[in-house]
Design a protein around this ligand. Sequence first.
Ligand code: ATP
Ligand code: MG
Length: 365
Amino acid sequence: MNEIKEKKLILSVKNVSVKFKVRDRILSAIRNVSLDLYDKETLAIVGESGSGKSVLTKTFTGMLEANGFLSDGEILYNGKNLLDISSDRGWEAIRGVEIATVFQDPMTSLNPIRTIGSQITEVIIKHQKKSGSEAKKIAIELMERTGIVDAKRRFNEYPFQYSGGMRQRIVIAIALACRPKILICDEPTTALDVTIQAQILNLIKSLQEEYGFTTIYITHDLGVVASVADKVAVMYAGQIVEYGKVDEIFFDSKHPYTWSLLSSLPQLGTKGEELYMIPGAPPSLYKDIVGDAFAPRNPYAMKIDFEEEPPFFKISETHAAKTWLLDPRAPKTEIPEAIRNLHQKMENLVHRTGYGNEEEVATHE
Ligand SMILES: Nc1ncnc2c1ncn2[C@@H]1O[C@H](COP(=O)(O)OP(=O)(O)OP(=O)(O)O)[C@@H](O)[C@H]1O
Ligand SMILES: [Mg+2]
C-alpha cells in the first residue's frame, strides 16, 4: 500500500447528518459522520446495502434527492464549506469538475443514441475550452488510456456496440475528461463479471497514479478493496463504525461488525463449507436508535450496547472503532476463528483474482 508522505487534507467531513422526508416520516440515513480524506489516497467505504454509502458521498456533489436534507455538519473541500453552495450553478463548478462520480451501471451515465466520441468531446469542449478537433484528439487519447483498442474507429460507435466492461471504461474516461481532484466510484464493478472487475479496479488504480486524483471507492464487498485501497471506512446504519488503513482493517479490526463483514467474505470460503451470513437485519432508520445500532446482531453485545451509544476508541493514529468492546472495563474478547490468519488467506485471494496485479490491466476483452 502507498504510504502517504506529504499529507494534504483535501476533503473533511465533520459531523454530517442526512435525513429524508418520506411522506410524513423522517428517515435518518446518515448519523453524525466525520471523515478526512487526504490528497491522492484511496478510501474504500464498505458496508451492507442501505448503510448510507451512496447518500454520504452524494452530499459531496450536491446530488441528494429533493426529499433529502443535511440536518447538521460541514463538508470542507480544500477548505471551502460545500454546504454554503446554494445554487445549481455553484454545484456545477464542483460536480463532475472537481469531484466526479462513476456509478454502477454505465448505461445510466451514457446516452444510448449518441456516439461514444461525441459524449466524451462534449465534456472536453465544455470544461477544457477546447475546439472540436482538439477535443477529439484528447478524447481518443483518453480512450486509449482507459484501454480501448482501436480507439479512432470506436470513437464513432454507439454504447450498444460496447461490452459492459468497455462502457465502464468510457464512463471513467468521461469522468476524467475534466481532470477531477476526487473520483468517487460507487460500486463501479458490481454489474461486471469477476475478471472484468479486476481489470477495471486495476485501470482506476493505474490512472490514479498517472493523473494524481484521490479516489473514494464504494462497495459492499470488502474483498475487492484489499489491494486497491489505502484506507477503509466501515459503515453501519448511517454511521462509520470503524476506520483505518487497509491492513488495520483486515488484520487488526476491532469492531464486531467489521469481524462479521470479514467472516462473510465469499473469497475466504472453503469449498463445501457454508459461508458465514450475518444474522438478522439492520435497524429501521425511521426510529431513534438507542445504544450501539449493531447490538441486536452482535454476538459480543454487552448490556451497555443496548443502552448507550459507544464513542470512538482510538487504536492508532490512523485507526479507531466505535465499540464498547474497547472500553477498558469490557471483558477480553477473541476475534472469530474464521478471520484469524487472514494474512495467509488474503494472499490466496489476491493471487486467485488478480486484484492488484498491474499486468492484468487488459487492453481488450
Ligand atoms: N431519496 C431517498 N428517500 C428516502 N430514503 C432514501 C433516499 N435515498 C436513500 N434513502 C435511504 O437511505 C439509506 C441509505 O441509502 P444508501 O443508498 O446510501 O445505501 P448504500 O449503503 O449505498 O446501499 P447499497 O449498497 O444498496 O447501494 C437507505 O435506508 C435508503 O433507503
Ligand atoms: Mg449505494
